[in-house]
Design a protein around this ligand. Structure first.
Ligand code: PEP
Ligand code: MG
Length: 550
């Protein structure tokens, strides 16, 4: 018999996996925006027919936006996103726009071109107004693209609507798209762009959707193609064999078994390591509690407001924070103050255009100036929510660079009566100066996603640099070790809340480097618990030494 062909199957597409699951299903492609309608095209019919086509397209878009808003509000518990979608539906039916489109079809333009030009004029006016209005041009572009697609008879851009569950294939997804995905329909995500720690990937992990990102050629997969998406291997296999599908079913069975161990996490020699959950809001609490999380190690508060056109009020914040805290009576809940900027723009916080957003005004930096009052309102709301609940609220700031940042934040938080105040260590300077940083606060949590990005100078959004987004890199591990040593010296706890904490092979290494808690997507907790139970602390330290010397 001829030996097996050692070459990789050319049909298999490769990328970076998010999560450990594998699923099979049929591809549904997310349609791109349609091209600009031809300028000089003459319509086939009379102007009234073009005006009618344009009005019909905008009506269809408004109806679709209202349908998505209802889904967001009633089924997905995303009221802020619903508000944005409803506002967009109103924009689609703006009477002035309709009048302008009528006028343009009246002078001989096609429905598509009239929509394009009328929205273009409106867009220019909004952009020129600056500030909040200028922030809305993205919404207008989205409506125009949808209406032109409907008028041209091609699929609307955005997540497709299918009767049966599907594998969503896209160039990339905005965090707001990912947050709104219907989990009964979307089995897995495959994107051409994005790295393993992009916020799209994080949201996918948080929502338990397996994903493979940074897959070159993903969009060559035709709609309806059967594929097997293996997040653990980072592969997408078109037309999988029966054998591969059987193996997939067996794997799912094994995963069910590993979910059965429960209780607080201990190393083999009984050292407690708190396993906490990463969550984005009240709708994630149940999942975290069911997975056996011993509390919350990262509550990404900005995820609640990714679609908010106006700053959340004190009252809405208290309500949301209390809903999270009430899920964990007597336990730790680490809330991170708003981490805005770069790939997580908050619509109500205009930060302006920056050439290098990852190195720009983001995280805590966005609030050390004219927007400080927003941080103060948030801290006040967190303190009020904690007062009304039995959870232990810990509060930390993102993107802290040094001890002066840490002290500034600690002073503000304590002034609002917050007693457990910490910082994220995700900038290499903060890790190098961890002793001084920890002197100013009560705890630290390592954000290994950004720490890897900044240590290796590799944008976490770029699929092409995904391999450099590596928390196993000895340089990243060295910075984690320095922070662990500083934690021990100052007697302050140091955790990890980046995606590294969810890797069952890396978890013992992190513990060996001095980390005392690990926070991750709830779905990862059982496997990490099982992995730590296999190693003594001394063995974890040996594994850490080995990993550092690679
Ligand atoms: C991190 O950077 O590791 C982190 C946990 O924060 P985020 O992923 O939200 O930037
Ligand atoms: Mg971060």
């Amino acid at each position: 018999m001829a030996p097996a062909d050692p070459r990789p199957d050319p049909g298999v597409l490769h990328g970076l996996g998010v999560g450990g699951r594998a699923v099979a299903g049929r591809v549904a492609c997310m349609a791109d925006r349609p091209a600009e309608p031809e300028h000089g095209a003459r319509p086939d019919g009379p102007p009234e027919r073009e005006a009618g086509r344009a009005a019909g397209a905008l009506e269809a878009v408004a109806a679709e936006l209202r349908r998505r808003a209802a889904l967001a509000r009633d089924q997905l518990g995303q009221p802020e996103a619903a508000d944005v979608l409803e506002a967009q539906a109103l924009m689609a039916q703006d009477p002035e726009l309709a009048e302008r489109i009528d006028a343009l079809t009246g002078v001989g333009l096609t429905a598509e071109r009239a929509i394009f030009d009328a929205f273009g004029e409106y867009r220019a006016a909004l952009a020129g107004a600056g500030g909040y209005l200028a922030e809305r041009v993205g919404d207008l572009d989205d409506i125009a693209a949808r209406a032109i697609a409907v008028a041209s008879g091609v699929p609307m851009p955005g997540v497709p609507d299918r009767a049966d569950p599907f594998i969503l294939v896209a160039r990339d997804l905005a965090p707001a798209d990912t947050a709104l995905l219907d989990l009964d329909k979307v089995l897995a995500l495959v994107t051409e762009e994005g790295g393993p720690t992009s916020h799209t990937a994080i949201l996918a992990r948080a929502r338990g959707i397996p994903a493979v990102v940074g897959v070159a050629g993903a969009r060559t997969l035709a709609d309806g193609t059967p594929v097997l998406v293996d997040a653990a291997a980072g592969t997408v296999t078109p037309n999988p064999t029966e054998e591969a599908l059987t193996e997939l079913a067996e794997r799912a069975q094994r995963a069910v078994h590993s979910q059965t161990a429960t209780g607080p996490c201990r190393t083999a020699d009984g050292v407690p390591i708190a396993l906490l959950a990463n969550i984005g809001g009240p709708s994630d609490v149940d999942k975290a509690v069911k997975a056996g999380a011993e509390g919350v190690g990262l509550f990404r508060t900005e995820f609640l407001y990714l679609g908010s056109a106006t700053p959340p009020t004190f009252e809405t914040q208290v309500e949301a924070y209390k809903a999270v805290l009430d899920g964990f009576p007597g336990k730790r809940v680490v809330a991170r103050t708003l981490d805005a900027g770069a790939d997580k723009p908050l619509p109500f916080l205009p930060l302006g255009h920056e050439p290098n957003p990852a190195l720009g005004v983001r995280g805590l930096r966005a609030f050390r100036g004219e927007h400080q009052h927003l941080l103060d309102t948030q801290l006040r709301a967190l303190a009020a929510a904690a007062e009304q609940s039995e959870a232990q609220l810990w509060v930390m700031a993102p993107m802290v660079a040094d001890a002066s940042d840490a002290k500034w934040f600690a002073d503000r938080a304590r002034a609002h009566g917050l007693t457990r105040v910490g910082v994220m260590i995700e900038v290499p300077a903060a890790a190098l100066g961890a002793h001084a940083v920890l002197d100013a606060v009560d705890f630290a949590s390592l954000g290994t996603n950004d720490l890897a990005q900044y240590t290796l100078a590799a944008d976490r959004m770029l699929g092409a640099l995904g391999a450099l987004q590596d928390p196993w890199h000895p340089a990243v591990l060295k910075l984690i070790e320095l922070t662990g040593i500083a934690g021990k010296a100052t007697g302050k706890p140091v955790g990890v809340c980046g995606e590294a904490a969810a890797d069952p092979k890396l978890a013992p290494v992190l513990v060996g480097l001095g980390v005392t808690s690990l926070s991750m997507a709830p779905a990862a907790i059982p496997e990490v618990r099982a992995a730590l139970a296999e190693h003594t602390l001394a063995r974890c330290q040996e594994l850490a030494a080995e990993a550092l010397s690679r």
